[in-house]
Design a protein around this ligand. Structure first.
Ligand SMILES: NC(=O)C1=CN([C@@H]2O[C@H](COP(=O)(O)OP(=O)(O)OC[C@H]3O[C@@H](n4cnc5c(N)ncnc54)[C@H](O)[C@@H]3O)[C@@H](O)[C@H]2O)C=CC1
Ligand SMILES: O=C(O)[C@@H]1CCC=N1
Length: 264
């Protein structure tokens, strides 16, 4: 199999690291970027992937081409890919906003799939929103390939901006909450180093609880809340803030940006 990544940034590297961790041979993964990108050589050394700036070589007999640049850079990628793209090559886009229609119109109508992953792919725990073009044939092979780094959620392309906001951008929203929690631990009197360790271990522990329990999140919370105890007092203060409204606005802003990117 030959998988070619155009773009080797935060998301692409999370994906191919996750793939390799799950047994995809690094020599089957070709990577390209802008000329002079130091990560081309670094990923060759660290991971054994095949870097190249030669588009004819990259596209020759390629099974999959993964578009992993910013949407704003896609046209420059089209210029590189179009002259050498073979009919059999399947187009995989992780770009927020850029629609299947746009991609197929610019690139010969090849079979196309949009994936909305997240950087949890590095630890094989991404959520992958997946939407296929109408002419897509071998869905099972593609789904098996991306299952190496996360859980697949088949969606209609019309839902893409929602899932981009929810789980594509989602980790950043949660990381911000964790950052603020750590800052509050410093305000409580811990050093920055202690606050960081306490926050990381708290998040990892609660994530493990969620992973190993079928109980609703509300029950997991209630199991900590002793009647008239410290947690009860803390939650009463926390409930004064409309956190749902805060996240409604956060997710709406992210979804709207996705819609704007769909128009470019
Ligand atoms: N970062 C994330 O958590 C997620 C990102 N995405 C999507 O992934 C895409 C990339 O995002 P990031 O990895 O965060 O960006 P990034 O800025 O880290 O990486 C972009 C990559 O594209 C390369 N590039 C730019 N122009 C190029 C060209 N003409 N030819 C080849 N390579 C070129 C850059 O050198 C860089 O390696 C975006 O479309 C984004 O919407 C999707 C889900 C999550
Ligand atoms: O911020 C972005 O546009 C990309 C898409 C989802 C996460 N990062």
């Amino acid at each position: 199999m030959k998988i070619v990544f155009y773009g080797i940034g935060n998301m692409a590297s999370a994906i191919f690291k996750g793939m390799i961790n799950e047994g995809i041979k690094p020599e089957e993964i070709y990577v390209t970027s802008t000329p002079g990108d130091p990560f081309l050589e670094r990923y060759k050394e660290e991971l054994g992937v095949v870097p190249s700036l030669d588009d004819a070589l990259l596209l020759r007999d390629a099974d999959y081409v993964v578009f992993a640049t910013k949407p704003q850079d896609f046209d420059s990628v089209v210029e590189r890919v179009k002259p050498y793209l073979e009919d059999k090559t399947i187009l995989v886009s992780i770009m927020a906003g850029t629609t299947i229609k746009t991609i197929q119109n610019k690139l010969n109508g090849n079979e196309t799939v949009r994936i909305m992953p997240n950087t949890n792919a590095v630890v094989q725990h991404a959520v992958n929103g997946v939407a296929f073009s109408d002419n897509f044939t071998n869905k099972e092979e593609l789904l098996g390939l991306i299952e190496t780094f996360g859980t697949n959620v088949l969606i209609d392309e019309s839902e893409f901006n929602q899932i981009t906001a929810a789980t594509g951008s989602g980790p950043a929203f949660l990381y911000h909450i964790y950052e603020k929690y750590s800052d509050s631990l410093v305000n409580l009197g811990f050093s920055k180093e202690q606050a960081d360790v306490l926050t990381r271990e708290l998040v990892i522990g609660t994530a493990e609880m969620i992973k190993n329990s079928d109980l609703p999140l509300s029950t997991l919370r209630e199991n900590i809340t002793s009647k008239k105890g410290t947690t009860d007092a803390g939650l009463k203060s926390l409930y004064k803030h409309d956190i749902e409204e805060m996240f409604d606005q956060t997710l709406e802003a992210a979804k709207t940006r996705g819609e704007e990117l769909s128009k470019d």
